[in-house]
Each structure stands twice: as structure tokens, then as C-alpha cells.
Ligand binder design. Structure first.
Ligand SMILES: Cc1ncc(COP(=O)(O)O)c(C=O)c1O
Length: 406
């Protein structure tokens, strides 16, 4: 019998669950404890960098709370919110009805519900590399296999559609597409988007369209992937976190394309949603205010992001040993550093953190190979602060590339 004071074991699935964006913060805390200021470029939260939630959304939450909307909401979400999402989908070219919408605790919960409804042990899900790490984390949790398809840095991080095609087998249960993309800041070409939707249509598996950055392409909102083929089995996901500047509210949605092929999946998602009761109730009222109200903050936000992306592109590509594809959307870039022999992306990122206090996330946290030397930058800080950060990065990189750092 184990001794009463021995440590209590955790489930083996936790071993496969990793979320580098937050895990790396433990390292940053150590650097802070040693007295150095840390600049957190690891997490995509606009609020942390001074951007503000639109007041009419805050008023909607306050009003909902005062009006007594503090009980459980229906597990699929209140009708007014589902109607607002329906109108949003239709406006983006995706036919929709409120009974095919589920209001979720952010895009994250939508993704987890859909993957749980679709895949389990023995099943494959196609996901991009680099990927947003929630996908690999959820797949590890539900015991399904992540099968990675390339997105190609040399072609502006566009998805390699031939590679996707080559990975399809009878075990394929879904194809994840993140467009616009985190961590690369790319938005995909119409040809690539069309080809991916066609693959899902022809091979009869759902395309999970993570469209949380759809309003943050610098040239203006992109249409729904589902709009390219309205018969295709597409499930779209989004939230108030990014384009509506309210990530802490955990308010989002999923919408299931109007094809009978997805009816069982929709029913399964709703069944799973019943088990977690509902998403945050008062915020469902803000969802209505956000989607039907003033969006002028989005143009200001896009302009701010475009300026930061241009600065990032210019300053990072000016560093010897770093190349970087210019972002066209969102607030991320995925530069590549030339690694000295034997070094990894993590060595670079931890070295940068310890030497300068600048915290990025290593590419292998997004499933790129450690020896490829990718890392992700979040460029939400002010241009002046970014400029300081890139100077620190240039100094450190010069030493690192020359093999002069420990
Ligand atoms: C591609 C992508 N999907 C989903 C999420 C999660 O968003 P939410 O806050 O809506 O759960 C993020 C957050 O960074 C993301 O970048």
C-alpha cells in the first residue's frame, strides 16, 4: 500500500497537455524575482496593452446584471444572442439559423465542444503547423491524434493544400483551419481557402473554421470560409475576445453550416453543452450589443495593428540572423532566427528573456521543430515600446547568432 504521505498521481493524459504561451510565464517570474523588468510579449490580450472594451458593451453587461439576468442561461445561449450571431454569419456569406448556433465560453470552449463531439482514440484531426496550441492540448485530452499539415513560411505562411490532401485517410475526422492565423499573422488566399473547403466537402469531414481574427485583417473583415461553398460541412468559431476587446468575458459562439450532414454533430455538441449548463449569462447580452452595435473601434484597432505590423516587419528583418514574414492580420508575427549548432528555439527565447526581460514564445510551443528557430512575437505594445524591444532583441541576437551567449 502506498504511504499516506506519498504524492497523489495525476491522470496520464495531463502529460500530453501543454500550453507554452502560459507555461513560459514561470520562467519570466524567476527573471522578475531576480529584479529585472519583464516585457510580456507572450499573450495575445489587447487589454494588457491599453486597448479598451467598447463602452456600449460594458453598459450592456451592467444593464443585464441590474435587470436580473444573473441566472443560468439556456445551454445553447439566449435567443437574442443566437439571432445576433445568425445575422453576423449571414452578413459574412454563411447561411444560418439560430437553432444552429451555440453560445460558448469563448472560441476555446467551442473548439473543445466540437472536437469532443467529433473525435476520440483512433481518430485523426488535421491541424496546421505552426498551430494555436489549444488544438494539440484538447486532442491530447480527448485521446485523438493531431496530424500536422504544413503552412509555408516561404509562401507567406499559406497552407500547403497538397500536403493536407496527402494526409487524408479514413481516420480523418476533421480539418482545422485558422484564418487569419495565430501564430503567423497570415490571412489565406482565396484559392487556398476554396481548396480547403472543397477537401472537406468532397471527403465528408467537417472543416473547423477558427475565425476569431476575421475582423482583424488589416484590409478589412474577411468573409466566412463557409461562404465559399454553402453546402460544405463547415463549423465556424469566433468570440468577443479579439475584435471586440473583451477576452476576459469568455464569450463566444459556434455556428454549424446548414447541411444535414452536420445534424448529428450539432446534436452531439448541444448534448455536451447541456453538461456545462451555459456560458457566462450577462455577457450573452453584450454579445447582442457587440454584433448589432457600433463597430467603429475595429477600424481604429486595425489601423493600430497595421502600424505595429509594419514596424515589426522593418525592425526584425533588419536584424542579422532573423527573417520574418510581414503579418497581414491580427497581432502576431513568427520570425525565424538562425540557430548556432546544437541550439534550439527554446534556448533563444529563454536566453532573450534572461538577458533582456523580453518574453516571447518558442516555435515548438506551436509545434514547429525546435531546431528550426521559430518564435512568436505579439506586437500589441505601443510603437515606442516595440521599438525599444526590437533594439534589445537586435543586441541579444547579434551575440546569440555568433555563439557568444551561454
Ligand atoms: C486562433 C485562436 N483561436 C482561439 C483562441 C481562443 O480565443 P477565446 O478567447 O475566444 O477562447 C485564440 C486566442 O488567442 C486564438 O488565437
Amino acid at each position: 500500500m502506498p504511504h499516506a504521505s506519498s504524492t497523489i498521481p495525476v491522470a496520464s493524459r495531463v502529460g500530453g497537455f501543454s500550453y507554452a504561451i502560459r507555461n513560459i510565464v514561470a520562467e519570466a517570474r524567476k527573471v522578475e524575482a531576480a529584479g529585472r523588468k519583464v516585457r510580456y510579449l507572450n499573450i495575445g490580450d489587447p487589454i494588457a496593452f491599453g486597448f479598451r472594451t467598447p463602452p456600449h458593451m460594458i453598459e450592456a453587461v451592467e444593464r443585464a446584471m441590474r435587470d436580473g439576468h444573473n441566472g443560468y442561461a439556456p445551454s445553447v445561449g439566449i435567443l437574442a444572442a443566437r439571432e445576433a450571431v445568425t445575422a453576423e454569419c449571414i452578413q459574412r456569406g454563411m447561411p444560418m439559423s439560430p437553432d444552429r448556433v451555440v453560445v460558448t465560453s469563448g472560441t476555446s470552449e467551442g473548439i473543445e465542444l466540437a472536437l469532443t463531439a467529433l473525435a476520440g482514440p483512433g481518430d485523426d484531426v488535421l491541424i496546421p503547423v505552426p498551430t494555436y496550441p489549444l488544438y494539440t492540448a484538447v486532442l491530447a485530452k480527448i485521446g485523438a491524434r493531431a496530424v500536422f499539415y504544413r503552412t509555408d513560411q516561404r509562401r507567406g505562411w499559406q497552407p500547403d493544400v497538397d500536403h493536407v490532401r496527402s494526409l487524408i485517410t479514413p481516420a480523418t475526422r476533421a480539418l482545422v483551419v485558422i484564418d487569419p492565423n495565430n501564430p503567423t499573422g497570415a490571412s489565406y488566399s482565396v484559392e487556398a481557402r476554396r481548396a480547403l473547403v472543397e477537401l472537406a466537402d468532397r471527403h465528408n469531414f467537417p472543416l473547423l473554421a477558427d475565425e476569431v481574427y476575421a475582423d482583424l485583417a488589416f484590409d478589412g473583415p474577411v468573409s466566412a470560409l463557409a461562404a465559399l461553398n454553402t453546402d460544405a460541412p463547415v463549423i465556424t468559431f469566433s468570440s468577443l475576445s479579439k475584435a471586440y476587446l473583451a477576452p476576459g468575458w469568455r464569450s463566444g459562439w459556434l455556428a454549424v453550416a446548414q447541411t444535414e450532414r452536420l445534424d448529428d454533430v450539432l446534436a452531439a455538441i448541444k448534448k455536451l453543452a447541456d453538461g456545462r449548463l451555459c456560458s457566462t449569462g450577462p455577457m450573452e447580452h453584450a454579445l447582442v450589443a457587440a454584433l448589432t452595435g457600433d463597430r467603429s473601434h475595429q477600424q481604429l484597432f486595425r489601423d493600430a495593428l497595421r502600424e505595429r505590423a509594419a514596424l515589426t516587419d522593418a525592425r526584425l528583418n533588419a536584424i542579422d540572423g532573423i527573417t520574418c514574414v510581414a503579418a497581414t492580420a491580427a497581432f502576431y508575427a513568427m520570425p525565424q532566427v538562425q540557430l548556432p549548432p546544437g541550439k534550439t528555439d527554446e534556448d533563444y527565447v529563454l536566453g532573450l528573456l534572461r538577458a533582456t526581460g523580453v518574453l516571447c514564445v518558442y516555435g515548438s510551443g506551436f509545434a514547429t521543430a525546435p531546431e528550426d528557430g521559430f518564435f512568436r512575437v505579439v506586437f500589441l505594445a505601443s510603437p515606442a515600446e516595440l521599438s525599444d524591444i526590437y533594439s534589445l532583441m537586435a543586441e541579444f541576437t547579434r551575440e546569440f547568432v555568433a555563439g557568444r551567449t551561454r
